[in-house]
Ligand binder design. Structure first.
Ligand code: SF4
Length: 465
């Protein structure tokens, strides 16, 4: 059993100081998977805008695809994704046919055949698709696009749905990375989040993927869950590491019942307080580091064999709606209900209403209903925010020079960092910023200093940690 006191006895970061900091900075801030963030999207971006953006992509722009499947067999109560539960396969089969049509419509809007360097299936539960459905969809993508030989083709997995045959089918379609939802191995926590998934189920799924030849395995773990203890979060990290995933994401549960009605099934009084969340994040993170993983950005851990590790080393790590990513394509195309695309000109989101999505796709339209165009100011601020989120460092003068702006252009943001500096969470040398190791959990607060939209009132965000 892990010694929790050892976890929190680091001089200068001891429980008393951390406890105070945790309370002080327990504020809602965006997760910064984009800038401007999704609550600022409006109906000003529609299908016509999006088609114009697609047509303006240069001939040799490689693409990244994100495909969303908004169905699950049951709902996990912590879930923050755009999904719905279904016990019937009929809506899933109908949806698969719509996706196939949307892929063809999108390909024709691009005018010329493009190369795909990255593909990600997310949800919902993409593996709710039957083997023949996902095979047909992957074949459809290959008919319309050239999939690069070294493309990363990834899919999010619910281990409860995986069989060895399904794993082999995914491998046969070219899928080469799987991301398994795990969260926590404690049965009491699993009951409280309506996701009962014993350790053996996860272990069998990992074995099935490895036997099928898919060695790039990600795990998603969570802290801040109902009834979760510090010891339990650390033990879950240890059990996860025993299965040797190449990458682990450790997310804080975002309790936003005003946005996700099913989260009301999680009682406020069963949730850990800010101090416990802190100790869970710290303890689970230290356990992963002890097991040979390197910390990446805010909440990821990677083994040295993983591409995320390598891109952190060479400074090319980036961030998009899937979180930290090795995706380097300049244009990300979203397919499926609620999917978000990111083009050089801005963000475009498909309608989340599955019925409206189906109607648009059947009529040969691209189902984009909202988004936001990015200004030059947005681009330069995103570069600062993304560098902070990925490398914990930002050289403001270098970024501003790249964008042809005066060196003091962002100086008005600096006073907002003073509090973090005073608390030893950030160091500033002129216009060079570095978030300290103690400040890593608070990096979103440093990024928020450069967010011009934060005070404009759209959306409520999850807590900073
Ligand atoms: S966490 Fe995953 S499996 Fe659970 S409801 Fe959400 S999308 Fe579905």
């Amino acid at each position: 059993m892990t010694d929790i006191n050892a976890v929190s006895s680091d001089p200068g970061h001891g429980p008393a100081m951390d406890d105070a900091l945790w309370k002080k900075y327990d504020r809602p801030v965006p997760r910064y998977t984009s800038y401007p963030t999704a609550p600022h999207f409006t109906g000003a971006v529609d299908e016509a805008t999006y088609r114009g953006w697609l047509a303006a992509l240069s001939a040799d722009t490689p693409l990244s695809l994100y495909l969303h499947v908004p169905y699950c067999r049951t709902l996990c109560w912590y879930c923050g994704c755009s999904t719905r539960a279904t016990t019937s396969h009929r809506p899933v089969a109908n949806y698969a046919a719509l996706l196939e049509t949307e892929i063809a419509t999108l390909a024709s809007a691009l005018e010329r055949r493009r190369s795909i360097t990255h593909l990600h299936w997310g949800g919902g539960t993409p593996t709710i698709l039957r083997e023949e459905e996902i095979t047909r969809l992957m074949d459809g993508i290959a008919r319309h696009f050239d999939i690069a030989a070294d493309a990363e083709l990834a899919i999010e997995i619910d281990p409860r749905t995986i069989t060895p045959a399904y794993a082999r089918t995914l491998a046969a379609t070219g899928i080469n990375r799987v991301s398994l939802g795990v969260q926590d191995f404690d049965p009491r926590v699993q009951q409280a989040i309506n996701r009962v998934q014993p350790f053996e189920v996860t272990a069998r799924a990992v074995d099935a993927f490895r036997a099928a030849g898919i060695d790039a395995v990600n795990f998603d773990l969570m802290y801040g869950l109902p009834h979760q203890s510090v010891e339990g979060a650390v033990r879950s990290a240890e059990l996860a590491a025993s299965l040797s995933p190449s990458r682990v994401a450790l997310f804080g549960y975002a309790h936003v019942p005003w946005m996700r009605a099913h989260q009301r099934l999680i009682r406020d009084e069963d949730l850990p307080d800010a101090r416990t969340r802190f100790l869970q994040a710290q303890g689970a993170g230290e356990k992963l580091v002890e097991q040979g993983y390197r910390r990446i950005g805010l909440d990821h851990f990677a083994h040295e064999t993983d591409s995320l590790y390598r891109q952190t080393e060479d400074g090319s790590l980036s961030r998009n709606f899937q979180g930290y990513t090795t995706d380097t394509a300049p244009a990300l195309i979203g397919l499926g209900a609620s999917a978000i695309g990111e083009l050089p000109q801005g963000f475009a989101q498909n309608t989340a209403d599955v019925a409206a999505y189906g109607k648009a796709v059947r009529e040969g339209r691209l189902p984009v209903t909202r988004g936001i165009a990015r200004s030059d100011e947005d681009r330069l601020r995103w570069q600062v925010i993304e560098r902070l989120m990925c490398t914990l460092e930002a050289d403001l003068e270098a970024v501003l020079a790249e964008h042809g702006r005066a060196a003091d252009h962002l100086d008005r943001c600096l006073p907002a960092l003073a509090e973090l500096e005073e608390d030893g969470l950030l160091e500033r040398n002129g216009r060079r910023l570095r978030v300290t190791e103690a400040g890593r959990p608070f990096v979103r607060l440093a990024a928020a200093a450069f967010d011009e939209y934060l005070d404009r009132g759209a959306g409520r965000h999850s807590r900073a940690v």
